[in-house]
Ligand binder design. Structure first.
Ligand code: G6P
Length: 747
């Protein structure tokens, strides 16, 4: 707390307290005075009585002999006592007979009262207050007169004045001490509260440090539930409002970035680059890779601008960058910059082929291919993550950049960036499924990977199921605090929101304006394959990956032809299989299996020039792929396990004629959204065969209804919404952190 604020706050306590105590002191003083006066009078009574009794005997004797000299001498001796002001003797008629010199004239003898042997009064005389006591004297058993003792009471006043001073001083000191204690305790509680509220704003819950652990602060516990519920309902309300009021487009995404994130440029990190420069004889060609990740993130990057950091894997990549290893892309009309990172063959083998694709890829996909983990691959993975993290730090133009980390190639990078830029907003999106804790536990470096991922501000998966698997995995292997209600994980002061953000594609579709009509595509594709105009076509578009269920798809086509011989010669499945990760044995084996199965089925059913499966193992640019989508009657997606699968959404987006049917594996993220597709279990060959047949025989009206509904969904839940929701959540977290930091400054 700043000193001035602290002083002002303290004065607010101290002044009223001191005023209250002073008033109290003034009320108390008269009471104390009254009480002490009573005590002093009683003391003087006793004193007088003692003096009187010591004088009584000689005095009675001197009175009997009327020895005046002795009486005077007795009086003068007794009056030497400094408190005893005067002594007198009154006869039985009340007449003052003997007296010391300063016996007050105004106060002669007290009115005799036969029944009283002793009387006392306190009287205020011109020389001050006096205590006058009269003590009866007797001669031969008969009242002879009164011994009158006059005590000076000025000492009582002095003592009262002193007591008054002490009482007021005591109360003032008490006031100061109490206020200081109050302020100190209030200050400590205030700090505790502020810490708690700060933690809550960050979404950590209300905690107070206890050694290394965190335990709930009991003072704040009763409030925690209410405050959290309030924050949650505010979030839900805002999300709901955002969803219902924002039409997601490149413009809305741009304006969100400017308004909510103060115009930050974003930094994207992925292994695969969006544009690959390749040497083709004496020219350089630009290639767009077959990667769902690139398909989704590229339009977002074009909308937001910034820097995309990726592995420069093309044969002409080095020739096309500037001296900072940057190149402006898209090449025809640059909108953002691509920063390339170079890897040696050995590094690529260890980090990309080894740890990422032989280890993590099969680990996260249930496709019955066993993961392989080697220490040397892990070391390479760590080193390359660090290299990319360093590049992020160098590309950042502030200490709190927004960084979008893509996929399983960079599980460690969020932690590394967090260490260098603690205020960064790091959004990590895991594009592939997340397995259950047992499966993930196979990985020898599971804790390191999880810790790295928890450097993220937001950790996104396609489905709530993957989020749940992740939370359970963290719960199993790391010491963290997990809030299931808010889906957050807090570890060592860093908070990660784990949320599902189903990825999508751009809308309106990229190639819409330039593509030929559906009719033209239909006839051109058929003509190119030497097929008649009404020939039925199915399309499959995949990287040639064992997770894609290509073998199962072929078997389903075989079964369908068996069951429906009328389709023999009338149906072709065009399978576009983009070569991928071909350096790996599992992929080589799979490629051979796919080729052999296609050959076997083709041999079994071929008629003249016609073959049921047209396998195209080569790279296709997105425009070409779209022509096939538009030409097809059915698109078959039979992944055995897939985070989302954007082919399904691309097919829907390509069909503005609202024709064509989607057959979709239940094991894709897309199946959770595209309910009007024909959902299949790809392992069940007959079921898939039936679905393809049903698609080929589906009435046009039903096709239209289904396709229309799916198109509306892809239109509204497009990739700008995917990115927008993550950025909105990030903006909310950033706002809270800034507020928390401000509260921190004040407390
Ligand atoms: C999946 C991964 C992406 C990857 C893509 C292509 O979609 O999630 O990260 O880019 O496959 O694989 P590749 O290894 O060629 O980049």
């Amino acid at each position: 707390m700043k000193p001035l604020r602290s002083l002002r706050l303290s004065l607010r306590f101290i002044i009223p307290l001191v005023v209250a105590l002073t008033l109290l002191a003034f009320a108390v003083v008269p009471l104390v005075e009254k009480l002490s006066l009573r005590w002093f009078v009683r003391d003087l009574d006793i004193r007088s009585r003692m003096i009187a009794s010591s004088m009584r005997e000689p005095l009675e004797e001197f009175l009997a002999t009327e020895n005046r000299a002795k009486i005077r001498a007795l009086f003068l001796r007794a009056a030497q006592d400094e408190r005893l002001l005067a002594i007198g003797y009154c006869d039985e008629d009340g007449k003052l007979v003997y007296r010391t010199p300063n016996f007050p004239a105004a106060r002669a003898c007290p009115p005799p009262h036969p029944s009283l042997r002793e009387s006392t009064i306190v009287s205020n005389l011109p020389q001050g207050a006096v205590h006058i006591s009269a003590h009866a004297l007797f001669l031969e058993g008969k009242l002879s007169g009164w011994l009158v003792l006059v005590h000076d009471m000025s000492f009582v006043e002095h003592r009262s004045a002193e007591t008054r001073k002490y009482i007021i001083a005591l109360f003032a000191a008490l006031g100061v001490v109490i206020s200081l204690i109050t302020v100190f305790v209030a200050h400590l509680s205030w700090r505790g509260w502020m810490e708690g509220v700060r933690a809550m704003l960050r979404g950590e819950g209300i905690l107070r440090p206890f050694g290394q652990q965190h335990v709930p602060d009991p003072e704040l516990q009763p409030l925690v539930g209410d405050l959290r519920a309030l924050l949650r309902s505010m979030d839900v309300e805002r999300r709901f409002t955002d969803d219902s009021t924002i039409t997601w487009s490149p413009d809305s995404l741009r304006s969100l970035l400017h308004k909510q994130l103060a115009g930050e440029r974003i930094i994207v990190v992925s292994n695969r680059e969006p544009y690959i420069h390749l040497k083709k004889e004496d020219r350089i060609e630009v290639n767009r890779p077959a990667s769902g990740l690139v398909t989704a993130v590229e339009p977002v990057m074009r909308a937001c601008s910034g820097t995309w950091i990726a592995h420069g894997s093309g044969s002409a990549d080095r020739e096309t960058v500037d001296r900072h290893d940057r190149v402006a892309v898209p090449p025809d009309h640059p909108e953002y910059r691509l920063r390339r990172i170079w890897l040696t063959t050995e590094e690529e083998n260890g980090y990309y082929y080894g740890f990422a694709n032989e280890g993590l890829w099969p680990l996260c996909h249930i496709a019955h291919v066993r993961p392989i983990f080697r220490t040397s691959d892990w070391q390479s993975y760590v080193a390359i993550n660090q290299r990319f993290a360093d590049a992020v730090v160098r590309e950042a133009d502030s200490d709190d950049p927004v960084v979008l980390v893509q996929d399983y190639h960079f599980a460690l990078l969020p932690g590394m960036v967090r260490a260098a830029l603690p205020k960064a907003t790091i959004i990590t999106f895991w594009h592939i499924p997340w397995p259950n804790p047992e499966s993930f536990g196979i990985c020898p470096w599971r804790e390191e990977l999880l810790r790295g991922m928890l450097g993220s501000t937001i950790l996104g998966f396609h489905t709530p199921f993957h989020c749940k698997n992740f939370l359970e995995t963290v719960d199993r292997y790391l010491e963290t605090r997990i809030e299931h209600e808010s889906s957050t994980i807090s570890r060592r002061g860093n908070l990660t929101l784990v949320e599902s953000y189903p990825i999508s594609i751009q809308w309106p579709p990229a190639w819409e304006k330039n593509l030929p009509s559906v009719e033209q595509c239909r006839s051109e594709v058929r003509a190119a394959l030497g097929l008649p105009v009404h020939h039925r076509i199915g399309i499959g578009v995949d990287r040639q990956d064992y997770t894609k269920g290509i073998l199962e798809r072929f078997r389903a086509v075989e079964k369908m032809l068996e069951l429906h011989p009328e389709l023999v010669g009338n149906f072709t499945l065009i399978q576009i299989a983009a070569p991928t990760r071909s350096a790996l044995e599992d992929y080589q084996t799979f490629e051979a299996q796919v080729r052999n199965l296609a050959i076997r089925i083709n041999q079994r059913f071929s008629r003249g020039n016609w073959q049921p499966i047209c396998l195209k193992v080569e790279h296709h640019e997105p425009e070409q792929v779209n022509r096939y989508y538009r030409a097809a009657d059915v698109c078959v997606v039979t992944s055995l396990h897939d985070g989302m699968n954007l082919v399904a959404k691309e097919f829907v987006a390509a069909r503005e004629d609202e024709r064509g049917v989607l057959v979709l594996s239940q094991f894709t993220g897309a199946a959770h959204e595209l309910h009007e597709s024909l959902i299949v279990n790809p392992y069940h060959i007959e079921q898939t065969a039936d679905a393809i047949h049903r698609a080929l025989t589906m009435p046009e009206e039903e096709q239209r209804e289904r396709m229309h509904s799916m198109r509306m969904l892809v239109r509204d839940f497009n990739v700008y919404r995917w990115a927008g929701r993550m950025l909105l959540d990030a903006a909310r977290i950033r706002q809270r952190e800034k507020l928390a930091a401000r509260i921190g400054e004040r407390s």
